[in-house]
Design a protein around this ligand. Structure first.
Ligand SMILES: [Zn+2]
Length: 259
């Protein structure tokens, strides 16, 4: 049976001398792997029809062989040219695609994840700070997979955390977010770190559009001082390690290049 879907190109790998394996993120089939036979032949109908970060319309035969489907046709809906002219934006987008590969599953409907990744790639191309775009996209992906860090209510007792003390907020990656002052003092969680109030406020600011499903336009404020970005980056890195048991090498590379 032939099926039609929309897919974002997450990865293109060589397969035989003239073919490609293309991995897509789709809203209705989750992560979809397709073989593109003869992709590299000079007269291939697929030439220029797909590339990394493109959003395309895809027609494929739904019969799976060795985990891959055979593609029949594809045509680009958005080629995202900004990601090909700005290397920092491209670094950010590459990481977003790698993260999507890690958190997506084949055959699972994943409309929220598709939207988060699609908007994250647009944001990577539009944001004045690709590093901020990367952190915003991470919050949007976490929201899409149901793992948003708790930033307004205490991750232990559920009460609003209120104003931070002079040391900022206690944040527990294992617990899933910020802690109120009482819980912070009552439970001595080994993994609790202190986070300045301004860093938590920035994350709250970026999390709101992520929760509303729209991060496609740059969200201010972008701090002049990179300290908060280093802090938030470190925090989200630990959060990912703890909750998705993965610390992609691509994240370390992107963080090093974008700082
Ligand atoms: Zn509490």
């Amino acid at each position: 049976m032939i099926q039609k879907t929309t897919g974002i190109v997450l990865r293109v790998s060589p397969f035989s001398r003239t073919s490609h394996v293309v991995t897509w993120l789709t809203p209705d089939h989750g992560r979809l792997t397709t073989v593109v036979k003869g992709a590299l032949r000079p007269k291939s109908l697929f030439l220029g029809q797909y590339d990394l970060f493109y959003r395309c319309e895809v027609l494929f035969y739904s019969r799976e062989r060795n985990g891959a489907h055979l593609i029949r046709e594809c045509s680009p809906l958005d080629t995202r040219p900004m990601l090909r002219t700005n290397w920092r934006a491209s670094v950010c987008a590459s990481y977003i695609c790698d993260l999507a590969l890690k958190v997506s599953r084949p055959g699972n409907e994943s409309i929220a994840l598709f939207r988060a990744v699609d908007a994250g790639l647009d944001l990577a191309g539009n944001s004045p700070s690709p590093l901020v775009a990367m952190l915003q996209a991470e919050l949007a992906v976490l929201h899409a997979i149901g793992l948003s860090p708790q930033l307004y209510r205490c991750a232990t007792c559920g009460l609003p955390v209120g104003k931070a003390g002079s040391e900022g907020y206690g944040f527990s990656c294992a617990g899933g977010g910020v802690l109120c002052e009482t819980c912070r003092q009552k439970h001595s969680h080994p993994g609790v770190v202190e986070v300045p109030a301004a860093s938590v406020m920035l994350m709250q600011h970026w999390q709101r559009p992520a929760a509303e499903g729209d991060i496609s336009s740059p969200a201010g404020p972008i701090p002049d001082d990179g300290t908060h970005l280093v802090q938030i980056g470190g925090l989200l890195g630990t959060f990912f390690e703890y909750h998705i048991h993965a610390s992609p090498l691509s994240r370390r590379i992107a963080t090093d290049l974008l700082h």
